[in-house]
Design a protein around this ligand. Structure first.
Ligand code: SAH
Length: 207
């Protein structure tokens, strides 16, 4: 599969039926998800790996990771209606055996995985809504891919938080990201923002 093809497949998945602003339910754009997953694939973090998708939503990253050869993806999501959409998308690609749905808050997830992929809330509705995601990711995996706003204050926070957790930033790629305007103001149909896709890796010996 080529990256472009993956982006197209992921952008055609069913989206949130009734997106909840308080949960920051905007799907990961197919192109952003494909860039994140392609980086992960090229780093050897997907194929034959056990993956967790924290805040899996409609399953864009979950489906993509399975299509690229993950053996198992835990799709952790607390919203039941999002999980209905996720299951629909999983069935549409016949990857049921690859996906393990975990209907819970990310804080409750336990286990060890090879790789975390996630598109956490950016914290525009609830400041710091991304923190439980980062904390859990660093608890369950040595390698984490995550998406955050490309803003100086957010970058400073991420750099400090990641370092304190014993991780380093090995990659950071800045990409455009479209969010339906319902989550912000209604002046425009789409809000175009910029995000950073990160790869974090545990510093040897830190735990
Ligand atoms: N990557 C997904 C969704 C990203 S939006 C997609 O592309 O569809 C963030 C998701 O995190 C939403 O589905 C929201 O319901 C979920 N979420 C927010 N806070 C959560 C929490 N504390 N525990 C579990 N899921 C949460």
């Amino acid at each position: 599969m080529k990256k472009k093809h993956l982006a197209m497949v992921l952008s055609r998945l069913e989206g949130f039926r009734n997106p909840k602003p308080e949960l920051e339910q905007y799907r990961t754009p197919g192109s952003v998800a494909a860039d994140l997953l392609w980086l992960a694939l090229s780093m050897g973090d997907i194929e034959n790996k056990v993956v967790a998708d924290l805040g899996a939503g409609t399953g864009v990253l979950t489906v993509g990771a399975c299509l690229l050869g993950a053996v198992k993806v835990y799709a952790v999501e607390k919203d039941a209606s999002a999980l209905e959409v996720l299951m629909h998308n999983v069935r549409a690609h016949s990857i049921e055996e690859c996906v393990e749905v975990v209907h819970s808050d990310v804080s409750e997830f336990s286990g060890r995985v090879d790789t975390v992929v996630m598109n956490p809330p950016f914290g525009s509705q609830n400041p710091h809504a991304d923190r439980p995601f980062l904390i859990k990711a660093f608890e369950v995996s040595d390698v984490v891919y995550s998406i955050h706003l490309a803003k100086p204050a957010v970058r400073r926070f991420i750099e400090a938080f990641v370092g304190d957790a014993g991780f380093s930033i090995t990659h950071r790629v800045t990409l455009p990201f479209e969010i339906p305007a319902q989550f912000f103001f209604h002046r425009k149909r789409l809000e175009r923002i910029r995000v950073d896709v990160y790869r974090f890796q545990r510093i040897a010996g830190r735990k």
